[in-house]
Design a protein around this ligand. Structure first.
Ligand SMILES: *[C@@H]1O[C@H](CO)[C@@H](O)[C@H](O)[C@H]1NC(C)=O
Ligand SMILES: *[C@@H]1O[C@H](CO)[C@@H](O)[C@H](O)[C@H]1NC(C)=O
Ligand SMILES: *[C@@H]1O[C@H](CO)[C@@H](O)[C@H](O)[C@H]1NC(C)=O
Length: 366
């Protein structure tokens, strides 16, 4: 009787401990959508709260906390071998930059628009070109901390992450011409890309379907303008309240000539769908690393190491497969789109496919 009783209490105590531990652990692994990852997977977004995604760790505790990519999945190659992949990409990029038949799609001038995309971390001599939909907010937070305006990523107020007047992470465009040239030629430079069509689908979903942040201009100004010009059936025009269709969006994106004037009206918002070449000028600016969203598990630690900041910050574990290219999704989105429109779209984005080594969408063009 007494023994059974003691058993009972021991069991209860053990349960209490397990509960406490679970509560503690869950603080670090609660998942939440982060603003530039609009997509959720299986009802849950994999990105840990923005504040925890990249956590500066003291050097002393680094051994324990720095995530090793090999811990996440036995299928991914170790980061040490990643340098050769990065070099292979670099060589491909420079050879495609030299290809004269793609010149229009790969070469851009280093305009104010491009300099606006690039953020400056003077403390660590890093330039980062921002490309939406690949987890860029997290990189920006790290650079803000490295620049010294805030002691930790957790202490950066959410509303200041994108306020570059106040967050101590200036845009390259805010500097004088000779300061810009100096940084472009001496700093470590990087940006992240993903499959061009998957990126467009992601932008479409985030800006015109869900629009989780309050950005009314996409649905109220940009969508109606695109519908007016590109919706095939004008009978559907009355239905424009139902919003932009992916087909309208594809026709707009693929209309190389007709787009210019509209894009000027749309202003900065076009950063979500103009080519990576237009955003970051990779043929004009010699970037040290172009990371791929699909291999972020390898690229993130590689970039931290190559930039010499791996002792100061770490990248959290990324659940395996979560950044993987999803061909089924691409097929599904393009299933109702005419071959002609897909070809036009590809013609417009072919530079990005080639520069970064993404296979063309042959499976959509049979
Ligand atoms: C240049 O690009 C075009 C279009 O992708 C391709 O057909 C051609 O083979 C490329 N030329 C070279 C020299 O790589
Ligand atoms: C490249 O740009 C030139 C000048 O803007 C234009 O005349 C030409 O048609 C373009 N070529 C392609 C393949 O788009
Ligand atoms: C790929 O996309 C399809 C269609 O959107 C979806 O049903 C499927 O779950 C996705 N697969 C993965 C592995 O996320």
């Amino acid at each position: 009787m007494g023994g059974a009783m003691r058993h009972h209490w021991l069991l209860l105590g053990a349960c209490g401990w397990v509960l406490l531990i679970l509560m503690f652990v869950s603080k670090f692994i609660t998942f939440r959508a982060v603003d530039d990852y609009g997509e959720r997977v299986g009802g849950q977004s994999w990105t840990v709260p923005g504040t925890k995604m990249i956590r500066p760790v003291p050097v002393s505790s680094l051994q324990k906390t720095a995530p090793k990519p090999s811990d996440q999945s036995s299928a991914v190659p170790p980061v040490t071998g990643w340098q050769s992949e990065v070099e292979r990409r670099s060589e491909l990029l420079s050879s495609v930059c030299k290809n004269s038949s793609l010149r229009n799609l790969t070469h851009v001038s280093i305009s104010k628009f491009v300099l606006d995309r690039i953020f400056v971390c003077d403390k660590r001599k890093i330039l980062f070109c921002q490309t939406p939909k690949v987890g860029n907010t997290q990189w920006k937070k790290v650079l803000i901390v490295l620049n010294g305006a805030f002691p930790t990523v957790e202490e950066i107020p959410e509303n200041l992450v994108h306020d570059h007047e106040k967050n101590g992470l200036p845009r390259l465009s805010s500097l004088k011409p000779q300061e810009i040239t100096h940084r472009l030629s001496t700093y470590f430079k990087f940006f992240i890309v993903r499959d061009p069509f998957e990126r467009l689908i992601s932008a479409f979903k985030d800006k015109f379907v869900k629009n989780p942040r309050f950005e009314p201009w996409y649905k109220h100004d940009i969508a109606p303008a695109i519908i007016r010009k590109y919706r095939k059936s004008h009978r559907d025009n009355e239905l424009s309240a139902s919003g932009l269709h992916f087909e309208d969006f594809v026709r707009y994106l693929g209309d190389a000539d007709g787009r210019h004037r509209m894009d000027r009206q749309f202003g900065e918002h076009i950063i979500h769908w103009v080519t990576y070449a237009e955003l970051c000028a990779p043929c004009e600016i010699h970037y040290n690393v172009v990371g791929h969203h699909e291999t972020l598990e390898q690229d993130a630690p590689h970039i931290l190491k190559a930039a010499g900041i791996d002792q100061l910050v770490s990248y959290p574990a990324i659940p395996p497969g979560i950044t993987r290219y999803n061909r089924t999704k691409v097929e599904r989105y393009f299933s109702g789109i005419s071959q002609r429109d897909i070809r036009r779209l590809y013609a417009r984005y072919q530079g990005d496919f080639s520069l970064f080594g993404y296979p063309g969408p042959d499976f959509l063009l049979n």
